[in-house]
Design a binder for this molecule. Structure first.
Ligand code: GDP
Ligand code: IMO
Ligand code: MG
Length: 434
C-alpha cells in the first residue's frame, strides 16, 4: 500500500486534521483536493494550536511537501494570511508548499453573490466564504484560475468583467453591496507575486513524485454528507469531498488511490442547516457540545450534536469504498450513563435500507436506536486498546458490527499521542512506514 486518502465520513469536522498530522511522517506529499477556506482543520501540538483552512495539514512536518490541488477554490488573500501565520510559527512554507495552476480563484464578489441565496428564506447556512458561487463559475466555464491570476496582461480585465457580472446579478436580487474592483486588482496582483514561486502543474509534480516512489496522503475537507453528489442535497457544499474528488481534484488517477480511510466521530455533528436524523435537541446534545467543544473552527457557530448514525456510515463506506475507519472523540462520551446508536431508519413505519435522496424524506426519518451502557470514567489520552474500559470497547465493537467497517484507529484526545492504533488492523497495514 502506498497512497492513502483520509476523508470525512459524516458532515465534516470529524478530526481529519489530527489524523493527517498523525500520519504525515509516513508520507512524502500531503495533498488537499477540494473545498476552500470553508474548511477548518485543527491540529494541537503541545500548547500550540493551528487551524488550517487551505494549506494541507502536512505542512507542519519539516521536509514534507504540501500541495493545494486543482480541485480547490482559493481566496489568495486568505491563503496569504494563512501562509504568514505559518511562517511566523517558523514553518518554511515557501520551500514546502505547491499550488496548482488550475485551482480556481475566489473573488470578493463571490461573497456578494452568495448573499442572494443566503439572505433569503432558502438559506442553507453556508460559511459565507463565497465557496458555492466560485464553484458555480467553475462549472459555468467563466471562472478564473490561478494561472489566470498570474497572467499580468489578462487578469485585470477578466476580474473587471466577472465582478461586474456578479454585482449586476446581486443588484437584480436586491443585494446592493459594492466592490472596489480596482482595489481587488491591486491586492490580488500583489498576492499573485507572492505566490508565483509556489505555483506549478501539480498533476505533473505528483506524477513525477509517484514515479520516484514517493508516497502521497490525500487530505479531504468537509465530509460525505456535504459532498455535492452524495450528500444531503441541497444542504451541502459545492465540491466532491468523497473519494472521487481525490482523483479529479489532483490529476492522480483512481488506480493510484490505494487505501481509503473514513474518519467518523463516536457521535455526529453538523454545522448549518439541513437534515440530521440523530440530532439530540435535548440536554445530551448540550453535553456533547460542551464536552466536545463543538463550535465551528471557521465561523465559531455552535455545531449541532447528536448520536452515531450507522445508516449514514454504511452509505459513506459504500460510496467511498473504505474498509477501515478512525473513530474520533471517544473521550467526549466519557460521562454518559447511556449512549444511543442509530442502527436503522424508518419512514412511515417502514424500515429503509438506503439513504433517502431528498431532504423531504430525510426530514421524516425516525431513527431506530439501540441503547448501550456508558463507561463513566476517563478514556482521555488512552493509547492502548486493552486499556479502554470494557464498555468503551463494547461500544466501538458495536459501531464496527453496525457499519461493517473495522475501527482500525480510535482517537481519545486532540493530540497526536492520544490515539489507539489497533494491532493487526487494515489501518495499521495501510499506514505502516515502508
Ligand atoms: P476536521 O475539520 O475534520 O479537521 O476537524 P476540526 O478540526 O474542525 O474539529 C475537530 C476538533 O476536535 C478539533 O478541535 C480537534 O482538536 C478536536 N479533536 C480531534 N480528535 C479529538 C479527540 O479524539 N478527542 C477530543 N476531545 N478532541 C478531538
Ligand atoms: P471541514 O473540512 C463542517 C458546511 C457549512 C454549510 C455547508 C455549505 O472543517 O470538515 P459552504 O460554505 O461550503 O458553501 O457551506 O457546508 N461546511 C462545513 N461543515 N466542516 C467543514 O469543513 C465545512 N465546510 C463547509 O456549514 O452547512
Ligand atoms: Mg473542521
Amino acid at each position: 500500500m502506498s497512497n492513502i486518502v483520509i476523508l470525512g465520513a459524516q458532515w465534516g469536522d470529524e478530526g481529519k486534521g489530527k489524523l493527517v498530522d498523525l500520519l504525515t511522517d509516513r508520507f512524502d506529499y500531503v495533498i488537499r483536493y477540494q473545498g476552500g477556506h470553508n474548511a477548518g482543520h485543527t491540529i494541537l501540538i503541545g500548547d500550540r494550536k493551528f487551524v488550517l483552512r487551505l494549506v494541507p495539514s502536512g505542512i507542519l512536518h519539516p521536509g514534507k511537501t504540501a500541495v493545494i490541488g486543482n480541485g480547490l477554490v482559493i481566496d489568495p488573500i486568505a491563503l496569504l494570511e494563512e501562509i504568514e501565520q505559518l511562517m511566523s510559527a517558523g514553518i518554511d512554507v515557501m520551500q514546502h508548499l505547491r499550488i496548482s495552476n488550475r485551482a480556481h480563484v475566489l473573488l470578493p464578489s463571490h461573497r456578494v453573490v452568495e448573499k442572494i441565496s443566503e439572505n433569503g428564506s432558502r438559506s442553507i447556512g453556508t460559511t459565507l466564504r463565497g465557496i458555492g458561487p466560485c464553484y458555480e463559475d467553475k462549472a459555468g466555464r467563466r471562472g478564473l484560475r490561478i494561472a489566470d491570476l498570474l497572467d499580468r496582461e489578462f487578469f485585470p480585465d477578466a476580474v473587471r468583467y466577472l465582478t461586474a457580472e456578479h454585482l449586476t446579478r446581486a443588484r437584480a436580487f436586491g443585494v446592493a453591496d459594492t466592490v472596489d474592483v480596482e482595489d481587488v486588482i491591486l491586492r490580488y496582483s500583489a498576492a499573485a507575486e507572492r505566490i508565483r514561486p509556489l505555483v506549478c502543474d501539480t498533476a505533473v509534480l505528483l506524477a513525477d513524485a509517484m514515479r520516484a516512489g514517493k508516497r502521497l496522503l490525500f487530505e479531504g475537507a468537509q465530509g460525505t454528507g456535504l459532498d455535492i453528489d452524495h450528500g444531503t442535497y441541497p444542504y451541502l457544499t459545492s465540491s466532491s469531498s468523497c473519494v472521487g474528488g481525490a482523483s479529479t481534484g489532483t490529476g492522480v488517477p483512481p488506480t493510484k488511490l490505494h487505501c481509503i480511510i473514513g474518519i467518523s466521530k463516536a457521535y455526529t455533528t453538523r454545522v448549518g442547516g439541513g437534515p440530521f436524523p440523530t440530532e439530540a435537541l435535548d440536554s445530551y446534545g448540550d453535553l456533547i457540545r460542551n464536552r466536545g467543544r463543538e463550535f465551528g473552527s471557521v465561523t465559531g457557530r455552535p455545531r449541532r450534536c447528536g448520536w452515531f448514525d450507522a445508516p449514514l456510515l454504511r452509505y459513506s463506506a459504500a460510496v467511498n469504498g473504505y474498509e477501515t475507519m478512525v473513530v474520533t472523540k471517544l473521550d467526549v462520551l466519557d460521562e454518559l450513563e447511556q449512549i444511543q446508536v442509530c442502527v436503522a431508519y424508518r419512514i412511515d413505519g417502514q424500515e429503509v435500507h438506503e439513504m433517502p435522496a431528498t431532504v423531504r424524506e430525510l426530514a421524516r426519518v425516525e431513527p431506530v436506536y439501540r441503547t448501550l451502557e456508558g463507561w463513566r470514567c476517563s478514556t482521555e489520552g488512552i493509547s492502548e486498546w486493552d486499556q479502554l474500559p470494557k464498555a468503551a470497547r463494547t461500544y466501538v465493537e458495536f459501531l464496527e458490527e453496525q457499519t461493517g467497517i473495522e475501527a482500525g484507529c480510535i482517537s481519545t484526545g486532540p493530540e497526536r499521542n492520544q490515539t489507539i492504533q489497533r494491532a493487526g488492523s487494515r489501518f495499521m497495514r495501510a499506514t505502516a512506514s515502508m
